[in-house]
Design a protein around this ligand. Structure first.
Ligand code: PXG
Length: 457
């Protein structure tokens, strides 16, 4: 039983045998990993007995909080009834059928066809195949280039990493692949300070039009974007941005793909981030909140334009995973959506709770280390700066974000650092008191890092 091992022994084994994602191995092996042993509600417990408020909902996914009996029992029941069967070769099973119908119901009108995958990366990889296949079926095979954005994150498979615009993700594997290009993000704090936000939003969207014209509209198949860029630093676009992107995509006959992996399932106060930002994608990818992370499952939803063409093609779609529509994952996702519906979690972040979150996290804006606080629903970011007056960031190597993340953990809070941006995305069941606790701990961490940096100056 691994739980019987001491923390030290677990760390030794972890350092020696376990290759973690996005990790410098020697570094982790020398420091030792933090071992999370159990969780309930919005709290994690590590192997040393510390209780930590999970400001990241795991990895942007545990919408309903930890330890929910409804999800646990749904998984157990399904394991007993039918632990596995595939959805190939004209077979199906009730959980996959019911979940596809449920997703057709809760996605925007017309998004009626659902393809299941196991991860967000696989969902976006599937999107790339569908976009290429769609334009082949349409007799326009030159429309293959996909445009993403700098700071975009769409996953790690070769295609999903190529869609992603986080520069450090590319060189190790010689990415992006041919046919993937990027435009600037609508990042007000970086590119639009002092400008009217909506004017900046329009300008940022028109970078897409310029790129399409540069490449030639006949060569561009799709544009993909997260409604709010999560892993890139919670970049919240001005309200003018997405409708303008929609207009440009329509003008040049470019498919519009919303990566809803973080924004979907209530994060921004609606089921979908595209609802919050008032646009209608042709294709959506989703993952994370679909099962609140209780099971690995993700999906691609197709609107009529693409869905009907795939459906009516006289050939099979040559794609699918052993675990596409895994029955246990589907059963747990159904229970998760049921909890979200019964408890009003899809819109909870839009109401008084979202307002409290905006107000409380916003109170950190007076801190000398903080250049900006931004929120939408229950997702937020705190920009750390060296100079509050100018908004200048810390010099490279200061590691303000990493220091702040570590200080948060020392105060019993998980917040994630993206460069020098502290990001937060708590479970949707968090209470106003727990939001207060989160902000008190975050401020204490900021105070520590501020004192630390002042001392080292
Ligand atoms: N799209 C978006 C918008 C994501 O945030 C993926 C796709 C890929 O999903 P999978 O399930 O393949 O991981 C993601 C994942 C971070 C972090 O550090 C974010 C993600 C994954 C790992 C780390 O913030 N998002």
């Amino acid at each position: 039983m691994t739980t019987m091992l001491t923390t030290k022994r677990l760390q030794e084994l972890d350092g020696r045998h376990h290759l973690h994602p996005f990790t410098t191995y020697k570094d982790l092996a020398s420091k030792g990993s933090r071992i999370i042993a159990r969780a309930e509600g919005v709290y994690l417990h590590d192997s040393e007995g510390n209780r930590i408020l999970d400001g990241m909902a795991g990895l942007w996914c545990v919408q309903v909080g930890y330890g929910r009996q409804e999800l646990i029992e749904a998984g157990q029941r399904q394991l007993e009834t039918l632990a596995y069967y595939n959805t190939f070769f004209q077979c199906s099973h009730p959980p996959a059928i019911e979940l596809s119908a449920k997703l057709a119901e809760i996605t925007p009108e017309g998004m009626d066809r659902i393809f299941f995958t196991n991860s967000g990366s696989e969902a976006n990889d599937t999107v790339v195949k569908i976009v290429r296949y769609y334009w082949n079926l349409m007799g326009r095979p030159s429309k293959k280039i996909m445009i993403g954005r700098h700071y975009g994150y769409h996953g790690v498979t070769l295609a999903a990493a190529s869609l992603s615009g986080l520069a450090p993700m590319h060189p190790q594997a010689d990415l992006p692949l041919a046919g993937f290009v990027h435009i600037d993000a609508p990042y007000v704090f970086e590119h639009g300070k002092g400008q009217d936000p909506d004017a900046f939003g329009l300008e940022a969207a028109r970078a897409l039009e310029r790129k399409i014209l540069e490449l030639g509209p006949d060569n561009v198949g799709a544009f993909i974007g997260e409604p709010i860029q999560g892993a890139g630093g919670v970049i919240i676009p001005p309200r003018s941005y997405w409708p303008e992107i929609q207009r440009i995509c329509a003008k040049y006959d470019v498919l519009l793909v919303a990566d809803e992996v973080i924004c979907g399932f209530g994060r921004t106060g609606n089921w979908w981030g595209s609802e919050t930002f008032a646009f209608r994608p042709d294709i959506m990818s989703m993952a994370k909140g679909l099962s609140s992370g209780y099971q690995p499952i993700a999906a691609v939803a197709l609107g009529r334009r693409v869905g009907d063409v795939l459906f009516d093609a006289d050939q099979e779609f040559v794609h699918g995973f052993t675990y596409s529509g895994h029955p246990v994952a589907c059963a747990v996702a159904l229970a998760n959506i049921d909890v979200m519906e019964r408890e009003g979690l899809a819109t909870r972040a839009a109401g008084a709770l979202g307002a409290a979150f905006a107000e409380r996290l916003g109170s950190l804006a007076d801190h000398p280390m903080v250049g900006e606080v931004r929120t939408e629903g229950l997702i937020g970011a705190v920009e750390l700066v060296a100079d509050k007056a100018t908004g200048d960031r810390h010099p490279a190597g200061t590691e303000a974000g990493t220091r702040c993340r570590d200080a948060c953990v020392a105060h019993g809070l998980v917040m994630r650092a993206v460069r020098d941006v502290m990001v937060v995305s708590p479970p949707l069941v968090i209470t106003p008191d727990q939001i207060d606790e989160l902000v008190v701990k975050a401020r204490a961490a900021l105070d520590d890092v501020y004192a630390d940096l002042a001392g080292s100056r």
